[in-house]
Design a protein around this ligand. Structure first.
Ligand code: NAI
Ligand code: MG
Length: 327
């Protein structure tokens, strides 16, 4: 069966790392058909719109979307795109690899981040010259849906035997209280083990003892911040892929942004984008191909060539060619 893939490179290094991921996908024996859409700062400067309707529709109608990054318009692009694919969970693995100089080489974490509400639901107001407010939205239904996904996730993989629930319900009693009750309630009903960790204490604990954690279920903002923190533990943003999963659709993207400091130089690390493509393959049912890509990436990380962020001096194309070679 042919799968339609929407490809949205976006701005900055999105235009370098997504072509790298496509090159890897093209080397595999899969039935993916790519259709390209535009989004981000560049298209906004040209047309006035950061996310033109045809691009939104392309993502909404595709079997999956591969997205790079958008610059200043990131929120105007990625939030509606996650909405277009109706994604309720953002999966962000943060894993240290042999050969990569990591602050905490024992790190191997999977963040399952609530992807629709919390403080990112867009309810902000300026009430006076001195006062702005933000409404934090938490529903039992979204919390329970995330929990069901997390339970399926740990049950379908023998490596996992439960998950940690991160919140700050001691302070945000109503919103995080509802989140915690929803998530833990579902896990208890389904007989899945959970432990609860307060968000601030968790930040310290993953720095000191990341091996104490495995699958982590958290509210939207907390997942965004804590997974970037985990990126720092494993060697940088150039390594972290992510998946936004909906009931019938999904979007895959590196965690990093447009990296304006290195964009256009051909030196961006393609690993995060290539691993995002591997997550997409897995999601579409090409689990063997996904595993092959991961193995090839791991081999290149271990033996080189490496990009500058990992201490090497190879460019994006050289690293991508090495991954293709390993395949
Ligand atoms: P960033 O992730 O673009 O860069 C942070 C640092 O990590 C930079 O020093 C960069 O060179 C490095 N880095 C990131 N990815 C790399 C890679 N693949 N290889 C080597 N080094 C890499 O985050 P920053 O600087 O906070 O944001 C830059 C722009 O990106 C902003 O306009 C922001 O709005 C946008 N952004 C977009 C996102 C999205 O579209 N999902 C996510 C995060 C930021
Ligand atoms: Mg972020």
């Amino acid at each position: 069966m042919t799968h339609q893939i929407a490809v949205i490179e976006g701005d900055g290094i999105g235009q370098e790392v997504i072509p790298a991921a496509i090159e890897v996908l093209n080397d595999l024996d899969s039935d993916l058909e790519f259709e390209y859409g535009e989004a981000g700062d560049r298209v906004k400067a040209e047309t006035g719109e950061a996310l033109p309707q045809p691009t939104y529709d392309l993502a909404a109608e595709a079997d999956a979307t591969l997205f790079g990054a958008a610059g200043e318009t990131a929120a105007d692009v990625i939030l509606p795109l996650r909405d277009a694919v109706d994604s309720f969970v953002n999966i962000r693995p943060a894993k240290a690899y042999p050969g990569v100089d990591a602050v905490r080489p024992e790190t191997d974490l999977i963040f399952l981040r609530e992807n629709t509400e919390g403080v990112y639901s867009g309810h902000e107001d300026d009430l006076s010259d001195d006062l702005s407010t933000l409404t934090r939205v938490v529903t039992t239904s979204a919390s329970e849906k995330l929990a069901d996904f997390a339970c399926d996730y740990v049950e379908s993989n023998d490596d996992h035997d439960g998950f940690s629930v991160i919140h700050k319900a001691n302070v945000m009693r109503k919103t995080d209280g509802r989140f915690r009750d929803g998530v833990v309630g579902v896990a208890d009903d389904r007989g899945v083990d959970t432990d609860e960790v307060l968000m601030d204490a968790f930040a310290t604990r993953i720095c000191l003892n990341p091996e104490q954690f495995d699958v982590i279920v958290c509210p939207n903002l907390a997942g965004d911040v804590l997974s970037d923190l985990a990126a720092g533990l494993v060697g940088g943003l150039g390594l972290l892929p992510s998946a936004n999963i909906g009931d019938d659709n999904a979007l895959f993207e590196p965690v990093h942004g447009t990296a304006p400091d290195i964009a256009g130089q051909g030196v961006a690390n393609p690993t995060a984008a290539i691993l995002s493509a591997a997550m997409m393959l897995d999601h579409l049912g090409y689990s063997e191909e996904a595993q092959r890509v991961e193995t090839a990436v791991e081999a290149v990380l271990a033996d080189g060539p490496r990009t500058g962020d990992l201490g090497g001096d190879a460019g994006t194309e050289t690293v991508t060619a090495a991954v293709v070679d390993r395949l």
